[in-house]
Design a protein around this ligand. Structure first.
Ligand SMILES: [Zn+2]
Ligand SMILES: [Zn+2]
Length: 278
């Protein structure tokens, strides 16, 4: 088993002990991470070709390396992974996701369309926010992002250094264009890094700036923490009413596993939603 996976599973176990109410979601995450490892090692060929000569220009122009809005990719491998992910949900609650898998297999639902739609998702349903957190947690949405992860990870591994050297100033991911949900404070200077769940890439971003609307007015940027735990906070923007979760493990001298932390901090999403941020 790869070291990364082993560490992640250990972190999951720690969270399971501390927050038993997240046990089910953490179990699901564990299954996802094991499956991710399997599909990563199975990857054949290059799904997302990148022209190295264009990287600097793309970065300067704000265009991610893999651009789902303008290029159609062959997503057969991500689709196979997505179908395997759906089985995780189907095993727990037979019905809906099995039906979705059938429709994809029979061509009633086009997988590529799901991916494209996921970049233009309508705002979260107000009603869903009032439900129990586990119920409002959309597994299919999570699986759609996750389905691209093994293939996109190879892109961020291969071109990550070139991306880091370029001048990327956007709040969305330079590798795949997805918006971040979580980030971390790192280094002695306390730089803020945003994390992309879809490809696993992390990029440096100004601390006093909203990743979603670019607002840099200090008066309309704020954050809140949960009393007693300064390791987690939520950065909010009162200009666009969006938020991002930020972890700061510098004091604990730990490296944060942001896949795990994103799941283990769903209470922060709930709080942010309650305060009117999305
Ligand atoms: Zn990304
Ligand atoms: Zn904003």
């Amino acid at each position: 088993m790869a070291t990364g996976l082993k560490n992640a599973l250990r972190t999951i176990q720690t969270h399971r002990d501390l927050s038993p109410h997240y046990a089910e979601l953490l179990d699901i995450l564990e299954e996802i991470l094991i499956l991710r490892e399997e599909y990563r090692s199975r990857m054949r060929g290059e799904i997302f070709p990148v022209d190295e000569k264009l990287i600097a220009a793309k970065m300067a122009g704000g265009f991610p390396l893999v651009d789902f809005s303008s290029v159609t990719y062959d997503l057969a491998e991500p689709q196979a992974y997505f179908l395997a992910l759906l089985e995780i949900a189907e095993k727990r609650a037979p019905g809906e996701t099995g039906e979705m898998a059938r429709k994809i297999r029979e061509g009633e639902i086009i997988f590529n369309d799901l991916i494209h739609e996921s970049f233009n998702a309508p705002p979260a349903d107000e009603e869903a926010l009032d439900n129990e957190e586990e119920a409002s947690f959309d597994l299919v949405e999570l699986f759609i992002e996750e389905s691209l992860r093994p293939a996109l990870e190879t892109v961020s591994a291969r071109y990550g250094d070139a991306v880091r050297k370029a001048d990327w100033v956007e709040g969305y991911c330079p590798v795949c264009g997805r918006e971040p949900k979580i980030g971390e404070i790192r280094d002695e200077e306390g730089s803020r890094y945003l994390f992309c769940n879809q490809c696993g890439f992390e990029w440096n971003y100004l601390r006093i700036k909203c990743p979603f609307c670019g607002n840099e007015e200090q008066q309309s940027l704020a954050y809140f923490t949960i009393e007693g735990d300064e390791r987690y906070r939520v950065d909010v923007c009162n200009e666009c009413k969006r938020y991002i979760k930020i972890v700061d493990f510098r004091e604990a001298k730990q490296k944060a596993d942001l896949d795990v932390e994103d799941i283990a901090t769903l209470h922060l999403d709930m709080l942010a939603n309650d305060e009117g941020y999305d």
